[in-house]
Design a binder for this molecule. Sequence first.
Ligand SMILES: *Cc1c(COP(=O)(O)O)cnc(C)c1O
Length: 364
Amino acid sequence: MKNYKLLTPGPLTTTNTVKEEMLFDRCTWDNDYKEITQKIRTQLLELANASEEDYTVVLMQGSGTFSVESVISSSISKNDKVLIVTNGAYGERIVKMAKYIGLNFVQYSIAYDELPKEEELRDIIEKDSAITHIVMVHCETTTGILNPIEMVADLSKEYNKTLIIDAMSSFGGIEIDIQKLGIDYLISSANKCIQGVPGFGFVIAKLNKLVQCEGIARSVSLDLFDQWKEMDKDGKWRFTSPTHVVAAFSKAIDELIEEGGISARYARYKNNNRVLRMRLKEVGINAYISEENQSPIITTFLFPSEQFSFENFYYFIKEKGFVIYPGKLTDADTFRVGNIGEIYEEDIQSLCNIIEEYMGVVTK
Ligand SMILES: *Cc1c(COP(=O)(O)O)cnc(C)c1O
C-alpha cells in the first residue's frame, strides 16, 4: 500500500514516536502500566485547566461515541430531561442515543450552517422547567462549525442545568477552560487533537455530579460511575484496556506539551486552516461555513461545479499522498478537509498545489 497523510478528522496522521510506543506489549496488571493511566488522567486535568478537587478523568474503551453514550446513559436518569442542541450529525447521534435509552428529551435543531441562538435557548429552558441537562457538540465535525460554548455554559449556570459538551474534535486543539466555564462533563477521544491513535475516549467530569451517578447506567460496559470507581483506585481499567493505544496516547500528550501546549497547537491548526481556505478560494472552491463560525479543525467545501467528481478528485489527491474526506450534507454537494494531526503549513501548501493542478486539468 502506498503511504499517505490523513487530512481527515480522526484517526489522523500521528508522529513516528507516538507509533513506536506501540512496539512493546504491556501488562495491564503491572504497576508501570497503571501509572501510565494515572499520568494521563492527571495531564488531561491540567490541559483542561481543572483542579483535582473538583474534577476527575475517566478513560473509556471504544471509539469516541462509546464515551458520549457512556455519559448520556450514566448521568441522565429516568427523572431527568435533557435538551439536545443539534446542528449536525454528531448532535443528531446524541438524539439517537436518547431515543434508544428512552430518555426524556427535547431537541433544539438549527440549520447546519447556523449557530444556536441565545434567545431561543433561553425560551426553551424557561418554558420547560423539567429540563435538567443540556448537551451540545463544540466543533460539529459534520461541517466544521464551532458552536458557542461560553454562551451555553453561561445559560447552564444561570438556570442551574448540568452541562455536557462533546468536545471530541476540539479538545487539545482549542483551549477550553472547563472549570471557569463550569462544564460538568466534557468528552473527547484519543485520536483527535491530542494526536494519539484510536481505541479509547475520555470524560473530564465534575466530581460532585459524577458521585451522583451510581446506579443510573443502562449498560454494564458503558457505566461511567463504575469505570471511574475502579480506575480511580490505582489506574487499573475495569476490563481489558487498549494497552498499545494508552501508551501511544501518553507519548502524544507529552508531545503536545513539548509543542507548547494547546495554545501552540491551536496556532498551528489555525494557520493550516487559514492557508487551506485562502488557497482553495483562489481556485474557486468555497467553504460552506462562514469564516467567523469556522473551526480551525475541519472545513467543508462546496463542489466547484456541477460536473465535479469527488471520486476523481479523491483518487487524484490520494495518488499524490493525501487523503481527504467526503461531505456529510444532504442538501449540498461537499467534501471535507481536516487540518489536524501531525500536519504543518508545508503539507497544506502541497495539498493546495495538487488541488490547483487538478482544477487546471479539469477546467482547461
Ligand atoms: C469524532 C467525533 C465523535 C466520535 O466519533 P467516533 O467515530 O465514535 O470516534 C463524536 N463527536 C464528534 C463531534 C466527533 O468529531
